[in-house]
Design a protein around this ligand. Structure first.
Ligand SMILES: NC(=O)c1ccc[n+]([C@@H]2O[C@H](COP(=O)([O-])OP(=O)(O)OC[C@H]3O[C@@H](n4cnc5c(N)ncnc54)[C@H](OP(=O)(O)O)[C@@H]3O)[C@@H](O)[C@H]2O)c1
Length: 285
């Protein structure tokens, strides 16, 4: 039996983890208002005596553009709150999987990013997540930091749901074609995290790992795939980042190299197109 506590209740990953738990793994999701990462002092009272074997922090301030004007809140949740979770895990000797992001990189590499590549976030969100990684590792050097990317799911707000809505409202779409990444289906990520959790609890390797859907594409390529999966014949125009200015700057290439987790844990996610097809099928069902 493995009892997993997940920080976050309504998020894409938290809901996917709750949904996927089965067999000898139980998942208990904990979140606001009892545990509010924006008030780090609320963390210890909730986690200190909870009967669990391992913690997954799937909660974060994820509003990439809004973070540019809510820097304090983003840092409090993604750094101070995350550090408070790690501190309780350190005190209790609990393994921790802390989820982080591809946006810790600046995007200026030609190939896929490795775990030991230099981080240089381009916006407040990425900077707060990087500060969170560092604070978590300072409090609990044996934590697992799991960086993922471009998460979509049947839950919450994400690019797949936005494109399906816009595709139903408009007769053509314009989507950025000069940002490259690896779309990741949250239920696949959740299943992989539970495999990782079992092996980690049994003494698996710790440190920073990358995990995302296999392969890569652009937001434009992703939109084309979504429309095809939905059976919608709608033109998708390729535009540039300069044509679609946003408050936060995003990395041009944030494709993650996932070889390390494949070798340490035997974990690989399906091709990103496969996740998109299952996500769209479920949303349209
Ligand atoms: N979404 C992406 O494209 C993406 C890409 C790369 C990495 N990631 C990382 O993947 C992880 C999961 O992301 P996601 O897509 O599942 O995020 P999400 O759907 O935006 O959900 C965010 C989660 O964080 C929780 N949360 C936010 N503020 C909180 C606070 N003050 N106290 C406690 N909980 C709080 C939310 O709580 P409630 O349950 O109360 O709503 C929710 O469960 C995050 O670490 C994120 O940085 C995401």
């Amino acid at each position: 039996m493995l009892r997993v506590a997940v920080i976050g209740t309504q998020g894409q990953l938290a809901r996917s983890l709750a949904e996927i738990a089965a067999g000898d793994v139980t998942v208990t999701c904990i979140g606001r208002p009892q545990l509010d990462l924006a008030q780090p002092e609320t963390v210890a009272p909730v986690l200190a005596d909870l009967p669990v074997d391992l913690v997954v922090n799937a909660a974060a301030y994820t509003a990439v553009d809004r973070a540019e004007r809510e820097s304090d809140l983003a840092f409090r949740i993604n750094c101070d709150g995350a550090a408070a979770v790690a501190a309780v895990c350190a005190r209790r000797g609990l393994p921790l999987v802390h989820v982080s992001t591809d946006y810790v990189f600046d995007g200026r590499k030609a190939g896929a990013w490795r775990e030991d590549d230099l981080c240089n976030p381009q916006g407040v969100y990425g900077a707060s997540k990087l500060a969170g990684e560092q604070a978590v590792l300072a409090a609990l050097p044996a934590a697992v930091i799991l960086r993922t990317a471009w998460v979509h799911s049947p839950f919450g707000s994400n690019f797949v749901r936005t494109m399906l809505r816009l595709g139903a409202e408009r007769d053509r779409l314009r989507v950025v074609a000069d940002q490259q990444g690896s779309p990741t289906y949250a239920p696949d990520l959740a299943a992989a995290i539970l495999v990782l959790a079992r092996k980690l609890a049994a003494g698996g390797e710790t440190g920073v790992f990358h995990l995302a859907g296999a392969g890569s594409t652009t937001w434009h390529g992703l939109a084309v795939e979504i429309m095809a999966a939905a059976g919608r014949r709608i033109p998708v125009d390729a535009i540039t980042t300069a044509d679609y200015p946003t408050p936060a700057q995003r990395p041009a290439n944030s494709v993650l190299d996932t070889a390390k987790i494949a070798s340490a844990y035997g974990i690989r996610l399906p091709p990103w197109q496969d996740g998109v097809r299952r996500c769209v099928a479920r949303l349209l069902a």
